[in-house]
Ligand binder design. Structure first.
Ligand code: NAP
Length: 211
């Protein structure tokens, strides 16, 4: 199945594209700048140039699933957070529905909550929470992945994963990417929202336990 990976030039999404490719899958890297193509050509990964701040047509993409792993990043202000993490995500959900793409994986965040307040980054948690809420109201086969703080270390292949973990912590982007890739292959992950932090349970086992 062809899988559109939004935010593909980013730190987590590029790992998702690479892992999909390594497993014999067909990632399609959604990038917003054609100059970012070379890195994906070197990986023999197809690219799709589009900006989440605009509505994108996915009808001709040939994709059967979408992964949203883009983000405005911590260096932009709340305006971009709303434009990318909230409205951009909603645009992509709508585009998937219009194109008849059923499977949608959302890379959200622990603490994402439409009513978040009192945190230094409540605007971010609200934006992510609103996008998650919107996705859950659709008829899409969704999975909402809520990691803690992302790190760039090596993956462990094991996690602590549950609908609510009730604690904060870290997790390697490599492991989050594997959770996303394995969610695409695990029926038990459909229709589920879960927190994920570093832990000791093999990723496949943790996802199957959601059933
Ligand atoms: N950082 C954390 O600790 C943390 C914790 C929990 C959840 N998350 C979530 O995890 C996800 C991935 O985080 P990350 O740190 O790996 O991401 P990242 O490296 O910051 O990458 C984000 C990507 O999104 C792309 N992007 C931004 N605006 C866009 C737009 N308008 N249209 C298309 N693409 C756009 C960027 O494109 P360019 O390369 O062109 O700039 C970039 O490649 C995000 O959704 C983030 O909110 C992060």
């Amino acid at each position: 199945m062809r899988v559109l990976v939004a935010g593909a030039n980013g730190n987590t999404a590029s790992r998702v594209a690479r892992q999909l490719k390594e497993r014999g899958g067909q990632p399609v890297a959604m990038i917003r700048d054609a100059n970012q193509r070379a890195k994906f050509e070197a990986m023999e990964v197809e690219t799709f140039v589009a900006d989440l701040e605009n509505r994108t047509r996915l009808e001709d993409s040939g994709c059967g699933a979408v992964v949203f792993a883009a983000g405005s990043g911590s260096k932009t202000g709340p305006d971009k957070t709303i434009l990318v993490d909230e409205i951009g995500a909603v645009h992509l959900i709508d585009s998937a529905m219009d194109a008849g793409i059923k499977r949608f994986i959302m890379l959200s965040s622990i603490n994402a909550d439409p009513w978040s307040e009192g945190h230094k980054i409540s605007h971010y948690y609200r934006a992510k929470g609103i996008a998650d809420f919107y996705l859950r109201q659709t008829a899409l086969d969704y999975t909402i992945v809520r990691p803690g703080r992302l790190t760039d270390g090596p993956g462990r292949g094991t996690v602590d994963l549950a609908p609510s973990l009730g604690r904060s912590g870290e997790i390697a982007r490599e492991d989050v990417a594997q959770v996303i890739v394995e969610s695409l292959e695990t029926p038990a992950a459909v229709g589920k929202t879960f927190d994920v932090l570093e832990g000791d349970t093999p990723i496949r086992e943790a996802l199957k336990a959601l059933d």
